[in-house]
Write a protein that binds this ligand. Sequence first.
Ligand code: ATP
Ligand code: MG
Length: 427
Amino acid sequence: MSTFKAPKGTYDLLPPDSASYLAVREAIAAPLRNSGYGYVETPGFENVELFSRGVGESTDIVTKEMYAFTTRGGDRLALRPEGTASVLRAALEANLHKAGNLPVKLWYSGSYYRYERPQKGRYRHFSQVGAEAIGAEDPALDAELIILADQAYRSLGLKEFRILLNSLGDKECRPVYRAALQDFLRGLDLDEETRRRIDINPLRVLDDKRDDVQKQLVGAPMLRDYLCDACKAYHEQVRELLTTEGVAYEDDPKLVRGLDYYTRTTFEFVHDGLGSQSAVGGGGRYDGLSEMIGGPALPSVGWALGVDRTVLALEAEGVTLDLPPATSVFAVPLGEEARRVLFAKVTELRRAGVAADFSYGGKGLKGAMKNANRSGARFTVVAGERDLAEGVVQLKDMESGEQEAVAVESVVDVLKGKLDTQARTAQ
Ligand code: ATP
Ligand code: MG
């Protein structure tokens, strides 16, 4: 062990577990790639203003959780705590919305940073895959995103997740509701900080996770009862599309989520095997965000799914992903000449697209075969002086245990043939 450890609230991804982590990222991205979303990558840090305006001055993310700092050059930056503000900033900066092709559909995958109290499923560095559809107001787009997230989770084999759905209204109806809620909240027995929140962002009080607060919220006015006709009709269409497509959801009139920018459709994916860090993903419509960061009016919708918690959800359900072994062929040279011959064969296999590895460090047969076993390779190629004198190598099928001598010059073709057959019969 070195003197250093990973910083508090972070962890390292290492083989073999890192493989399922990567597979989760890919499984979430696959339905997006398949639905017109293009890949976007933005810097790990932005001007702090972008988040304080875009995420909201009154949110926990901005007031408590952001890694903000001043650079040597005097710039005020922050490590990104979430993806939406950055992606929208990038799209506006590149004028993607002016290319006449709305909505602009983008997906991303990366690291995010929040200074939180670390616990299982809650880290200071975590990973999200997200999607944003920018510049269109259409209930089918909201439904599309929810359906794609559902598809991603299902493709991983997850079953015990639920979709919570709500509408937060728009600039017509939300202010009326906000005032009614404030009246109600002012009559409750709440601590100083929560009282302040009543003034700044009363909807967030509904999201309070403490039991004593939740108890008092019984009977609070519900946004559902204040939605204007346009919001009601919009929400009804989203619900209908989901139902028609067979995606089950639960109406959750208290779902507000932690960010200020949401309007109308909001949703969260929760997993019942995760204890208190149960949200595996969330998102919604953010029709006002573009204007909040100085852009034109661009109604948009998106989500972000947490990769770390999705991996935990797989563990909780006992799902093991069916990942192909990283290595198909393992070469074991015995002696100097064999080292040269097999190294060349391994290089040739790799260039032909076959996953191959090599026993390094001049190990004896026993140690090398142990490595071959651990690699998960289906075939091992062993060669010693005597084999090479006869112009052959020994090809061992690690599954059946069968071994045969194969001519040195044909071993690459023989292996390709065997692996092709194996891939076909596995289908
Ligand atoms: P929570 O209510 O659990 O704090 P959140 O509403 O802050 O979640 P979002 O900002 O919506 O989370 O981020 C989307 C997803 O990213 C979450 O559903 C979760 O899976 C993941 N996520 C958010 N914060 C963390 C964290 N600190 N550690 C690990 N994953 C996280
Ligand atoms: Mg949070």
